[in-house]
Design a protein around this ligand. Structure first.
Ligand SMILES: C[S@@+](CC[C@H](N)C(=O)[O-])C[C@H]1O[C@@H](n2cnc3c(N)ncnc32)[C@H](O)[C@@H]1O
Length: 459
């Protein structure tokens, strides 16, 4: 335990770099100090809040020397809400920091030094505000009904009026729902007395088709909900699809913890990407930033340089956008997805879009890959959840040894850990960071790996 530094002590440090969660990192007698909202090259006073063996956490108290890239946050609850971590830095500089975050993860988890030039500049957003096409937010009723966010790493509920990174239609629809909840006495969840009706709201919009889908996640069902929904669709004609979910304890999926029950309208709303239409059920995965998702899939396709004779796997396919983007460029695609609802949407979209060389496999990826053992797969596209691929899956991939791997990642740490194993057998040709979630510390990326000739591999 470090004895030279104590909690509540105020010290002065210089911030050297950005950490993987967007914090500033400085050093005090060689101990790394993590400071939220501090930027590289700033000299700051910080108050130590927690001391560990190999690091300490601290709160920013005073800035003596300010970074030239410091910006004024545009959200009134920026520091309380915790949804964004990069509003105190200019957008352009946040893109540079995101590239650095990928490089830091590579330095930390890959056993050799990856040349810096292999990690390209971050692909930024043309319009970094109002980009979220879906909001999944808790609702509470204490003195009055409120929609909010939980503070980072805590259960503290922070009420929000409008979120500047959410689509403006979502902000408006949420406000309408809040007003109607008061009128129709369909209150939010009251955590103190464990009562009330609406626990959370999920609102998804499609900017292209001007359709919205609302899901009420209910702590208790309410006999007034139907009347409220009737009024809601009258005042918000953009809403084409309304569901309710009777909430059950489910840590993996707190919003869609049970099957959604339709209250009004269509089963799906339609979203558009690259001229293709996607039918989205309320619980189907769809990237939250539509214009950046388009750039993400284009990058995957560009790096793959598919040939008409090649067979590809679109692993962790969701509603199969990757398959849609690449189908025309190759012979056949196997889209593998665990979630049934996403598979149904994927099949419907592929059919409606006239794509007939994609087979959707509703399966765990490892199981499906074992079933495809006999087929020669030239290229594998991966876009796994934040947990990455992991050793079991990588072992199976290395048995198939596709010629090229395109790895879309939303977590630089798990990407780096996976690459550390894959790069015994593959060359890393490029990693392109992409800003799917502007003003947050999240970084998406696309990497191209090519199979090494046998003599270059490490067994
Ligand atoms: C990050 S999303 C990507 C979806 C899609 N590629 C896209 O861009 O919309 C990851 C997807 O992997 C799916 N998934 C998670 N674990 C899986 C597994 N073991 N096998 C197959 N799919 C899985 C999830 O249901 C989710 O749809």
């Amino acid at each position: 335990m470090n004895t030279f530094i104590k909690e509540n002590e105020v010290i002065q440090i210089e911030i050297r770099k950005t950490g993987i969660n967007g914090e500033g990192i400085g050093y005090y007698k060689k101990l790394a100090i993590f400071v939220d909202y501090a930027l590289p090259n700033e000299t700051v006073d910080v108050m130590i809040t927690r001391v560990y063996d190999n690091r300490a956490m601290a709160k920013l108290v005073k800035i003596h020397k300010k970074s030239e890239f410091r910006a004024t946050p545009f959200c009134p609850v920026y520091e309380q809400c915790g949804g964004c971590q990069f509003q105190h830095i200019t957008y352009e500089q946040s893109l540079i920091e995101k590239r650095e975050m990928i490089l830091s993860s590579f330095d930390r988890y890959i056993s050799f030094k990856v040349p810096r030039e292999l990690v390209k500049d971050t692909i930024g957003a043309d319009d970094p505000k109002n980009y979220r096409n879906k909001a999944s937010l808790p609702v509470q009723s204490k003195k009055r009904n409120e929609i909010g966010m939980y503070q980072a790493n805590s259960h503290k509920f922070i009420a929000i009026d409008a979120c500047p990174v959410q689509d403006k239609n979502i902000n408006r629809i949420l406000k309408t729902i809040l007003d109607l909840m008061n009128t129709y006495k369909v209150d939010g969840f009251d955590p103190k007395f464990n009562k009330g009706y609406i626990k959370s709201l999920v609102v998804r919009v499609s900017e292209d088709t001007k359709e919205a889908q609302v899901s009420f996640i209910l702590f208790n069902d309410s006999k007034f909900l139907d009347r409220m929904v009737k009024k809601l669709i009258e005042v918000e004609p953009m809403i084409k699809s309304v569901f309710k979910v009777l909430s059950k304890p489910n840590k993996k999926n707190p919003f869609f913890s049970d099957a959604p029950i339709k209250l009004y309208g269509k089963d799906t709303i339609q979203a558009k990407l690259d001229g293709y239409t996607f039918d989205l059920k309320p619980d189907a995965f769809f990237q939250l930033n539509t214009p950046q998702a388009h750039k993400f899939y284009l990058k995957m396709k560009e790096l793959a340089r598919l040939k008409k004779s090649e067979v590809a796997i679109d692993a962790y396919a969701g509603v199969a956008p990757v398959s849609h983007y690449i189908a025309k460029d190759c012979k056949h695609v196997y889209a593998i997805e665990l979630d049934e609802s996403s598979c149904i949407s994927a099949k419907k979209s592929l059919n409606e879009n006239g794509i007939d060389n994609v087979t959707v496999l509703h399966s765990d990826f490892n199981r499906a890959l074992s079933g495809l053992k006999e087929k020669e797969i030239d290229v594998m596209f991966f876009d796994p959840p934040r947990t990455g691929l992991g050793t079991e899956t990588i072992k199976l991939i290395l048995e198939s040894k596709p010629k090229r791997i395109i790895y879309g990642s939303c977590n630089p740490s798990t990407l780096a850990k996976d690459l550390n194993v894959l790069l015994d057998h593959y060359f890393l040709e490029e990693t392109s960071p992409l800003d799917m979630f502007p003003y947050t510390s999240l970084v998406e990326s696309v990497s191209l790996l090519t199979l090494k000739p046998v003599e270059n591999t490490i067994n």
